[in-house]
Each structure stands twice: as C-alpha cells, then as structure tokens.
Design a protein around this ligand. Structure first.
Ligand code: HGY
Ligand code: MN
Ligand code: MN
Length: 416
C-alpha cells in the first residue's frame, strides 16, 4: 500500500503542552515522574487522560484490568478498529516520556483528525495499557498481557506488591476495574509510538526508528534463605549469610551478560535484604533477575542454564536458593505491512530514519501476537531512560507523532 501525500500536520506545540501537563502528575524533584501503576497518582493520570478524550467526543471504556480504550467512530462501523497507544504508568523514578509519548501522541492524532474534520473509513481506538512497567507487581506488560491472553486473569488479580496489596485491590482502590472483558477483540492493526530508550538513533542522528521487532527476554524472582545471626559473635564457619550468597548470584548474572558481548543484557534491579539491620547477618534476600538478547536461542539457553549455575554459585554458603521464572518471550517480529507504513511515512516526510529492533519490551510485543503491529521510535538524550533525567526535544516528539498520524490514517482508510 502506498501512502497518499498529505500536508495535514499534527500540532507539535499542543502535543508538547499536553505531555508537560501529564508530566505534572507524579512529578519528581529531578524532573521525572513517579506514576506507579494503580496508585492514586496513576488514577489522576488516567482521569486526566479520560477527560481529554471525552472532550473530543471519544467514547472511553475500561476493561477488567484497567486497560482504557478511547474510540473514534469511522464511516464504516463494520470495519475493525485501528488501535494506537502505549502506557501512562511509570517506573518509580521514571521519565516524562516513556509510555506517555505514545498515549499523548495518539491523543494528538485524534485531536488533529477532529481539527481537520477527517472521518476515517475504519474506527480508531487510543489505548492506555495498565502496568506496562512491571515494577510494582513484578510482571511487565501486565495489562496488554491480560488482554492478549498471555497472563491468566486469576493470576493477574492475585499478584501482590511489596506491601502485600493485590492487583485486584489496587484496581478497586482507584475505581479502574472496568466492566468490559480484558480479552482480545477484532482489530485491524496496532501502532505504538515510543522513545527508543537507547543511544542508537541519537548516535546516528536519526529522527525516526522503524521498529521491526522487540528482543527476547526472561524474568526470574529469586529468594535466598540463610539464617539471621549476630554480626559480632558469629564466626565465619557458622555463618549462613544470604547477602553474600546473593552477591555471588548477582556477579554470575553480570558474567553471563558479558560473555555475550555488546548484545548481552543481564540485570538485577530490585533487591530486598531481610531483616536489613546493620548488625544482623541477613537471613533472607529477595531479588529480581532478567536477561535479554536479540536472539531467542540465547535467552532460551540462559533461561535453561541459569538455575543450575546459580545453585552452584551459592555452594558452601549454607544458604538455599528458590528461583521462579515469571515469564519469557522470544524475539517478537512486527507486521511487515504495518512496518512499511511507518517506513514510507518517515521517507515521505523526509525524516532521517533507520530500522531497529527494540531492546525494551513494549505492549506492542503481546498485542502483535494477535493483530498486525508496528512501532515508531524517537531518539532520547544520551539514550537515557528509566531515569528522571530522560529527555527528548519537542521537534522529535512532533516528528514521531506525525509518522503515527500518517500510518494510522493510511491503515484506517485502506482498501478492504
Ligand atoms: O522493561 C522494559 O523493557 C520496559 O521499558 N518496561
Ligand atoms: Mn515504556
Ligand atoms: Mn519503561
């Protein structure tokens, strides 16, 4: 399909102003945001998003896990909708643009369609997915995963955060357990605009990333159990120090990553020491482990080999290790037809672009298992993300949003 030439432009200033208005919700002192999923702050962001959508006359519906869908009718109601969106939840000390760019960018597309009086053939729906980040309940892409049937709903509702609050309780507390089933429905395509969260586009002075897929990953929960005991009176032979054992596993994760060169990714991001008292030898340590790689086979190998290697690493510490694999997925390719719409739009707009595989996971990964999907990347300063100093330029946001507008419009008006 070839994109029609248009001179219809999104409003970059309105886009930027709305990004800044959303960033006020959960704003942190260093200029980032803390909008942890299903918290009161997330509710405020959701409410603001809903109000903006309803001001455009979009019909907003919420599903059982809090995913929000804002629908703009098309000329032909029998056609499946074209979806676009991302997530408004953030990391505990996240940036203004991770996720928000895709949701607010989609809102700008809806606003521009209204300004221009365009009625597309197919309906269009803008999505805010619940809990993309996974930092509160331990499973990333939770909302899109529930919608796509990857995570069973009873398991989703039962997940608990560090304070023991379940997803179900958190949804009810903010009033976002919606009446609609969190289940797949027929849709024609899904487009997600997102910052790259890495250094490639900036380094190569590209404005647009034509995302062909997302890399493989596997996540674990680890619990090491030793024995609390007195720091001053317990000699080496009697110690069962869970933190020393954890340190050996953490070093193993780093070595397994570096053994795979510059494509290797291995991270322990979350760690809890119990009882966490300076003069008590820790009896328990809980931590996260994740590996990623562009090659599915490497992640499969890591997922299969890591447990035994980790058990060997703690030998002689007197501790035990319980490892639980939370989820894994292989390299997820996106739909060539949708990817080509992104490629053509960037080319026609004269934006310097390059093809790229996403290092980060995105809702598009699970959505693409069910419907044709593509992503659009924009650069971020120093490739920094999941950091309060995450930063992009207004013209980069506008370019990404313009590509989203063109791709969604072309798809929604395509010949059936
Ligand atoms: O972890 C990820 O890849 C995503 O940024 N939540
Ligand atoms: Mn994101
Ligand atoms: Mn993120």
């Amino acid at each position: 399909m070839t994109l029609p030439a248009t001179n219809q432009r999104i409003d970059g200033k309105r886009l930027w102003d709305s990004l800044m208005a959303m960033a006020e919700i959960g704003a942190t002192p260093k200029g980032g945001v803390r909008r942890l999923t299903l918290t009161e702050v997330d509710r405020q962001g959701r409410d603001r998003f809903r109000a903006w959508c309803e001001a455009l006359g979009l019909a907003v519906r919420v599903d059982a896990v809090g995913n929000m869908f804002a629908r703009r009718e098309g000329r032909d109601p029998t056609r499946p909708p074209v979806l676009m969106g991302s997530h408004l939840d953030s990391q505990p000390s996240g940036g203004k643009f991770d996720g928000a760019l895709g949701v607010i960018g989609g809102l700008e597309v809806m606003r521009t369609l209204g300004d221009l009086g365009i009625v597309t053939e197919a309906p269009i729906e803008l999505v805010n997915w619940t809990d993309e980040e996974g930092s509160r309940f331990g499973h990333s892409l939770l909302g899109s995963g529930a919608w796509a049937g990857v995570y069973p709903h009873d398991k989703v509702f039962a997940l608990r955060d560090g304070e023991g609050v379940s997803v179900a309780e958190a949804l009810d507390a903010i009033g976002y357990r919606g009446p609609h089933p969190a289940a797949p429905f027929l849709a024609d395509a899904y487009f997600e605009l997102h910052i790259e969260q890495g250094p490639i586009l900036e380094h190569e002075e590209k404005l647009i990333g034509v995302v062909t897929g997302a890399q493989a990953q596997v996540w674990f929960d680890a619990v090491i159990t030793g024995r609390d005991s007195h720091a001053g009176t317990t000699p080496p032979y009697a110690r069962r120090d869970a933190l020393v054992a954890a340190a050996r596993v953490i070093d193993l994760v780093d070595r397994l990553m570096r053994d795979r060169g510059e494509d290797g990714r291995g991270t322990v991001g979350q760690l809890q020491v119990i009882p966490n008292s300076r003069n008590v030898i820790p009896g328990e340590v809980r931590f996260s482990v994740e590996f990623r790689h562009p090659a599915s086979a490497e992640v499969e190998r890591l997922a299969d080999e890591f447990p035994a290697l980790a058990q060997a690493a703690i030998a002689g510490t007197g501790c035990t290790l319980d490892l639980t694999e939370l989820f894994r997925f292989g390299l997820q390719p996106f739909d060539p037809g949708c990817v080509d719409l992104v490629r053509q739009a960037a080319r026609r707009l004269g934006y310097p672009a390059r093809e790229i595989v996403s290092g980060a996971g995105h809702d598009a990964v699970y959505v693409s298992r069910l419907i044709p999907t593509a992503m659009i990347f924009t650069p971020c300063k120093d490739g920094l993300s999941h950091n309060e100093e995450e930063s992009i330029r207004p013209e980069e946001a506008a370019a990404g949003c313009q590509v989203l507008f063109e791709a969604v419009l072309a798809r929604a008006n395509r010949e059936r």
